[in-house]
Design a protein around this ligand. Sequence first.
Ligand code: SF4
Ligand code: SF4
Length: 365
Amino acid sequence: MGAAPAAGNSLDRERKQLIRRSRPDRSQQVRQTVQGLFVALNLWLGIQFFLWVRSFEQGGDGLNVSRPAGVEGWLPIAGLMNFKLLLVTGQVPSIHPAAMFLFIAFVLMSLLLKKSFCSWLCPVGTLSEVLWKLGRRVFKRNLRLPRWADLALRGLKYLLLAFFVFIIGSMSAEALQGFMSTPYGLMADVKMLNFFRNMGLTAALVIGLLVVLSIVVENFWCRYLCPYGALMGLVSLLSPVKIRRDQEACIDCAKCARACPSHLPVDRLVQVRSVECTGCMACVAACPAQDALQFSLPPRRSAAPGQRWFRRALSPLAAAAVLAFIFFGTILYARATNHWKAELPSAVYIRLVPHVSESSHPGVE
Ligand code: SF4
Ligand code: SF4
């Protein structure tokens, strides 16, 4: 009777022997390269859009630059409104259609690869990551809020999401089209740019506070406040690709859990279903054991851990390729069907762009 546990223990010890990974993990280098490229793309779009706006502020005679439709990626509310219009009318909306196509592309990413938009592409997510890493470097650690405060604050982003979904959900197709056709709706992108160009004291203080909080607390904005991330997290519940742990290969060192910026107990889960998982693969990068942790489809039934992941695990390059395929594929589709750019006549821009500050939100005097 007494020999059985001893045999079990020795078996456990055998199983838990570390078999080191045969190849170093490059996921964080690949992911950070993608993040850097996406920030560069957004800067380029931002500069081009600024020059375009300036040319219309000067009467339309300035530099000969075209309006980059990609800036509409910064109009998530317009993307959501247009998506509803598409569902209700079956027609691709004519105002800010790129906002909708980019919204669909980011939702598709979450549907396939967890909340990967947040940790691989979103420039705000990238800035957030830079800030908390800076905080960790300076203060040697980041602040972890008590569990009750963390849970309560995590609910805020869902409240914000529910607010937007309720407002947009309760608008009819005519009301949505009417909103988009107002000077406010037409100039939503210019208004967004001008928000940063002519920032008031209150907005600057709020952004300053968010920056400070993001230095101290890991992913403060993304974890507690971003309604877009909340939506992506809910969609990501359907993702077939997840972080998965092989209990036999795992040596229970908990390095994965310590590396997780979303504070998930990866070392105690067989698969990470959480809405907070961004597919950043930081846990996979930290894991020292061969075949213990993967970003993968469900494993095969096989005796050997390595074979279980055969053609199931996603390499960092494959993840980047899937994201690039969805992103560029969606844009190419929108371009091919002539739905990517929706230029208004120049006369409309000449009339509206210089006076954009005068157009207030419909219903607000
Ligand atoms: S579980 Fe892994 S992939 Fe998911 S957020 Fe944590 S570190 Fe990133
Ligand atoms: S890092 Fe996590 S998955 Fe890898 S061996 Fe340690 S506990 Fe197991």
